[in-house]
Structures are given as C-alpha cells and as structure tokens.
Design a protein around this ligand. Structure first.
Ligand code: DLL
Length: 433
C-alpha cells in the first residue's frame, strides 16, 4: 500500500517539473533570508534566477557540516523565530551540535513523509508501533511518533532504555511494528531471551530500522531472531530527520528517496564532480519544501549510489542503496581505508561470534594498530582455549584478505561490549594525529 499515491508514483516528467518549481522557490527564499546562502551564491557568482533547469543545480556551491556549525545555533534559519515551533539538534562526534528548526508546516511535511515511510515499511492504521527510537533532541523518536499518528496507527512512545520494561510492554501491549536502531534491536532480543521471552511469541510483523549503518547479514539475523520483515530507513537531522528515504517491504532492495521533497545527488567526495546513476560516492541533498531550515546541496558524508530502475512496489522514486559508510568516519589504517561496516561484514560471515564489536585504533611507535573486539556467542564461550585462538586467527586472516589491513582480534565474553540505547559506538580511535 502506498500512502501518497499521487506523489510516490508520479511519472518522471511531472515529478521533475514539480522539483524545478520548488527548487526555484527555495533558492529565492534562502537568498533573501539566510546571509550564509546569499554570500555563498554571491561568491560563486550565481543568482537564483539563473537556475533554469534541474541540471543547473550543479552550478550551486555545496553546503557542509562545518558551515552549519559556524552558524550555531540559529543563523541558518530561513524563518523568523516566531514561526519556529520545534528545535532538534544532532550530536556530532566532534565539536558543536548542529541545530535545526521547524515551522508548523515543516512538522506537518515531516509527519506526512514519516507516514509514507511507515506505510512503505509495512504499517497501516491498524498497527501498534513500539517506538524505541530516543525521544529528545535526536529526531528519531518524535519523527516516527508524528508519522505514526498521521498514519492513524497507535504509537507507544517508549523511547530508548529501560530495556526490561520494554520487553514486558511488548508482551502485554502486543505491538505489531518495532522502530529502533538495529543495534538496540539486537540488544532487545538478547534481554528478551534472558527473561525467557521469545520474540517468536510476540506480535511483531515488521521492523523499521535505521539511524546507523547496518549490513544485509545483520538484517538476516534480526529477521530470524525476531521473526519479522526488517526494512531500512534513512534520514538526517540537517535534511529533516528520518523519512528522507525508506525501503519498501515488498522489495527490500534500496531505499526510495522522497524526491518531491529532496533532490539527491552523488558526488566524488574528493573533486565534487557529480556522478551518474549506479556510481558510488557521497550523497548530497537539496531540500525543496522546507521553510525553517532549507539546505542547498548539503554534503551528508554518507557513501552510497542511486538506482533509477522501476521497483515492484510501484513507486517511481529513485532508490539509494544501503549506506556503506561515511567519507569522514572512514578509518585510514596504515594507509588503508577501512569502514567499520566492512569489518562487520567479515564478522558476520564467521560462525560463533555475535554482531557486537568495537574497533580500537591506537598508534604505537608511529604505526597504526587496529584491534577488533568481538563478542563470542554463549555456546563458544566455554570452548577450549585452543579453539578460541583458532577462531581469532581465522577472523584476523579474513580481515586481512578482504580489507588488506592487519588487525589483532580479541574475543571477549558474551555481553561485555557496552550496549547502546541509541546508535552503537563502533570505533574508539585513540590516535593523536
Ligand atoms: O539518525 C535520523 C534517523 C532517525 C534516521 C531514525 C533513521 C531512523 P542524525 O542523528 O542526524 O539523524 O544522523 C544522521 O546517521 O548522516 C547517516 O550517517 C546515519 N544514518 C541514518 N540512517 C541510516 C541508515 C538520524 N539507514 C546520520 N543507514 C546519517 C546508515 C544511517 N546510516
């Protein structure tokens, strides 16, 4: 089922006409109201009126996370404070958070996009949504919440944390849809098991997971453990929050980007050159309908590619492939580029280890040293020491083979890596560069 049938299945030509109209209006708006954009367009010697086609978009300068930080907290807002009804912020790993604002119309747009997303992920007004994304400055909790209400589903605003109580609620309230980060979902499964409750006896049918990178193997694991269909949802605070793109549960093959609200581009992160469909690079977004916080060619740092092929669900919107990493959290270890998600894929190929891991990077005598801590499964934990040593060696060998980087592997006790209620902390980088 499709929530916004007109816009989600629109023929390309009609969609592009809407995109151009909305783009031109957005450019006029930011040029008139946001000093940053006025300066950035002036510096590039371009006026909004010169953008006459969607192709012209590439003539505009990029906007970076640093630009948003420099405007901390409100200098990028394109609407007066009187009209701002909500503020969110995303915690960066370094520096100041990025602060974003919403007008009442923005909140309504976002709710509709999330209603579309939940529908694509399998939800209907009959469903009960257990929403374990954190409520607060993070956009996950409230984003799903407003979308669920707009769709007409029932939402349990449980937020992250209090995991045992969550399991009791799941058993008693019988929710049918789970929304959470994939790492917290695996933690929920573990705690349920400890409490003697099997997810197979709960009422869940679908799960809508995102806010952090996860792999196809992790999807299989979650689907098996929870006995559900799991889809990937993508978004970022700067662009609106969750609800920028989502997989349909029919195909589960790439995330439909809501192109009537956001134009995606893929660029070469080094040169800024725009790449074609199918080529992998950094994802860039321009918002088309936002009032309070429009973004023009915002560099997400997320790495993916776009797929324009028609989808079995009937949506005509382009699909982005699963995010494989970020161009900035990419680790460079002795000159080799390593994404945590690549290590995860290697780990998930191995028998006996759990999808809980942490990469610890140090610098010893000027050399980078990577240690991969991986949790053992309960069964393997009591194995002979020699077997465990073999397993460590095998993982290390696979990492070397697939990624070309040497890593020391350390198997650790089940449940010893700290669980997160939101996004998992996968990397501890102790190097002082
Ligand atoms: O994580 C919004 C969100 C909430 C998305 C709930 C999905 C579900 P931020 O906290 O601003 O917003 O973080 C945005 O998280 O640039 C990606 O690097 C990463 N990310 C988000 N969704 C995915 C995903 C929310 N499905 C940043 N796969 C983004 C991989 C994701 N990475």
């Amino acid at each position: 089922m499709i929530y916004d049938i007109e816009f989600e299945t629109m023929p390309r030509e009609a969609l592009e006409a809407i995109q151009l109209r909305r783009l031109q209006a957005t450019l006029e708006r930011v040029y008139a109201t946001v000093p940053f954009y006025r300066k950035s367009f002036d510096d590039a010697n371009i006026r909004p009126s010169q953008i006459k086609s969607l192709q012209d978009l590439r003539r505009l300068p990029f906007t970076t996370k640093q630009d948003l930080r420099d405007s901390y907290p409100y200098n990028m807002f394109a609407a007066p404070m009187d009209n701002i009804v909500r503020i969110h912020a995303s915690s960066g790993t370094t520096g100041k958070p990025t602060v974003v604002g919403y007008t009442a119309r923005d909140i309504d747009t976002w709710a509709r996009l999330m209603a579309r997303s939940l529908r694509a992920g399998g939800a209907s007004p009959r469903d009960i949504i257990h929403n374990a994304y954190g409520y607060g400055l993070f956009t996950g909790g409230l984003g799903v919440h407003y979308g669920a209400e707009k769709l007409g589903a029932s939402v349990i605003p449980v937020s992250g944390g209090n995991t045992k109580r969550q399991i009791v609620i799941m058993r008693d309230f019988k929710p049918t849809i789970l929304t959470a980060t994939p790492s917290y979902t695996l933690h929920l499964a573990e705690v349920a098991e400890e409490m003697g409750i099997s997810f197979k006896d709960l009422s869940f049918k679908f799960g809508i997971f995102g806010a952090e990178p996860w792999s196809e193997r992790m999807r299989e694991e979650i689907e098996r453990k929870l006995n559900i269909t799991a889809v990937d949802i993508y978004g970022l605070s700067e662009v609106i929050g969750p609800g920028v793109a989502i997989e349909c549960h029919e195909a589960k093959k790439g995330l439909h980007v809501f192109e009537d609200h956001f134009i995606p581009e893929i660029i070469n992160p080094q040169t800024g050159e725009v790449l074609s469909y199918g080529q992998t690079g950094e994802l860039v977004f321009t918002s088309l309908t936002k009032e309070a916080f429009p973004v023009i060619r915002y560099r997400t740092r997320d790495i993916t590619s776009l797929n324009p092929e028609p989808c079995i669900c009937g949506r005509t919107l382009v699909r982005m492939n699963r995010i494989t990493g970020r161009s900035d959290d990419m680790l460079i270890i002795r000159g080799v580029n390593v994404f945590p998600s690549q290590i995860e894929s290697v780990l998930m190929e191995m028998e006996g280890v759990e999808p809980h891991y942490q990469l610890v990077v140090d610098r010893k005598e000027n050399l980078d040293v990577l240690m991969v801590k991986v949790e053992l499964g309960e069964k393997q934990f009591s194995d002979k020491v020699s077997n465990l040593q073999e397993l460590e060696k095998a993982i290390s060998k696979n990492i070397k083979e697939y990624l070309g980087v040497s890593a020391r592997v350390k198997l650790v006790e089940p449940k010893s890596i700290a669980r997160s209620e939101g996004k998992a902390i996968r990397v501890i980088d102790n190097r002082k560069l």
